[in-house]
Ligand binder design. Structure first.
Ligand code: GDP
Length: 365
């Protein structure tokens, strides 16, 4: 326990008010663009700058960027899938960043390469801003074997999740063998993260004994493991009681498809106590599900889910970006509001117009 008296996993750096950057910098220093082949060979060599730029293309809304990004992803796909993907959820303050920092550093010391991604559909990360931002995962952020990328900026959950999934592929192709995907622990983002990882870890805190009431049953059901953080100092006993309560509660749940009941452990992310045991829990689960085939079946299921999700995503974009539909929508909406047409009929007519105009080949998206 050689650390500071006040534990701080989250350091907020002071923002800078006056511009400190040469205003002409952008004009002089245009970012070099690369060919798909250059991106791919750079990523496969583990070039972090090219990996970051490719992720920026994935996150871009520009169709020309999307086109390049999709080609890069296709070429990287055969080189991905070799990692273990770990989802981490828990309420804000539960210790997600502290825990990822501790788990990640432990793995790096064993020779692994770590990628940390996040899903936060409410994220308003200002483009390219690093000044005044929160520095999370302080140790990992200084490691050359760690790639940390904040959540893609706000958008629909489906869109944000797609970008994170695609980023996983590129990270794996770049040699990151352990990918953490963190969720903000609110809304639907847990389901999205659950659908893209091999192991879903729920971080809980010991409270006053009624901590079980606060969590949604659905999240407990999704968890492959539950860990009670901050089991240090005076909190050790309370954490133990919380762990027993969670274990009891889990007995009421039906047997999971993986064939392995989730385990519950206590640990301290900040003081790095029980970190090896948390990793052992994940490793044992991965070994077990690989031997019974569940690990691979789940990845195939996830790929199928991804295909349907992509279809929905694409149809949605094609429909709402269609000039005819975009022009008709406010008019139809008004008709529905005036009770001149039923919502179902309005939708039907719009979809008919959409399919008619799709057969006329003048429109290309
Ligand atoms: P997040 O919002 O879930 O990412 O939580 P953070 O990792 O930022 O942690 C929230 C606060 O809890 C920070 O002040 C941490 O220093 C503190 N914290 C995290 N892990 C531990 C722990 O194991 N023990 C103690 N005592 N504090 C911790």
């Amino acid at each position: 326990m050689e650390k500071n008296a006040t534990p701080k996993g989250l350091k907020v750096n002071k923002g800078v008010t006056a511009p400190t950057v040469n205003p002409y910098f952008k004009r002089i220093h245009r970012r070099k663009t690369f060919s798909v082949r250059e991106y791919v060979s750079g990523i496969l060599k583990g070039d972090v700058a090219l990996l970051s730029q490719a992720v920026t293309l994935i996150e871009s809304a520009k169709p020309e960027h999307q086109q390049i990004a999709q080609q890069i992803i296709e070429k990287c796909l055969p080189h991905s899938s070799k990692s273990v993907r770990i989802g981490i959820t828990g309420v804000p303050g539960a210790g997600k960043s502290t825990t990822i920092d501790a788990l990640g550093m432990y793995l790096i010391r064993q020779g692994h390469k770590i990628a940390v991604l996040a899903i936060d559909p409410s994220s308003q990360r200002s483009k390219g801003s690093i000044l005044g931002d929160k520095t999370r995962m302080e140790s990992l952020s200084h490691e050359k074997n760690a790639f940390i990328r904040p959540s893609p900026t706000a958008g629909s959950l489906g869109g944000v999740a797609r970008k994170t999934r695609e980023t996983i592929i590129l990270c794996e192709a770049a040699g990151y063998d352990t990918v953490f995907v963190e969720t903000v622990g609110v809304g639907q983002s847990e389901t999205a993260v659950h659908s893209m990882v091999d192991f879903f870890l729920l971080i809980q805190l010991a409270g006053t004994g009624d901590e079980l009431q606060g969590i949604k049953r659905g999240i407990m059901e999704m968890a492959d493991g539950i860990i009670i953080n901050k089991a240090d100092g005076d909190n050790v006993e309370k954490a133990g009681i919380a762990a027993a309560n969670f274990s009891n509660a889990l007995r009421m749940f039906p047997a999971p498809d993986s064939g392995r009941k989730p385990e519950v452990r206590t640990y301290s992310g900040y003081y790095e106590l029980g970190i090896k045991e948390v990793l052992d829990m994940i490793r044992e689960y991965v070994a077990f599900t690989k031997s019974n085939g569940y690990f691979y079946r789940k990845r195939i299921e996830q790929a199928k889910y991804r295909m349907y999700e992509s279809i929905n995503d694409l149809l949605h974009r094609l429909f709402y970006h269609h000039p005819k539909i975009a022009a008709q929508l406010p008019y139809m909406e008004q008709k529905v509001l005036n009770n001149e047409i039923s919502p179902f009929m309005a939708a039907r007519q719009l979809i008919d117009q959409f399919s008619d105009s799709r057969s006329d080949s003048s429109y290309n998206f």
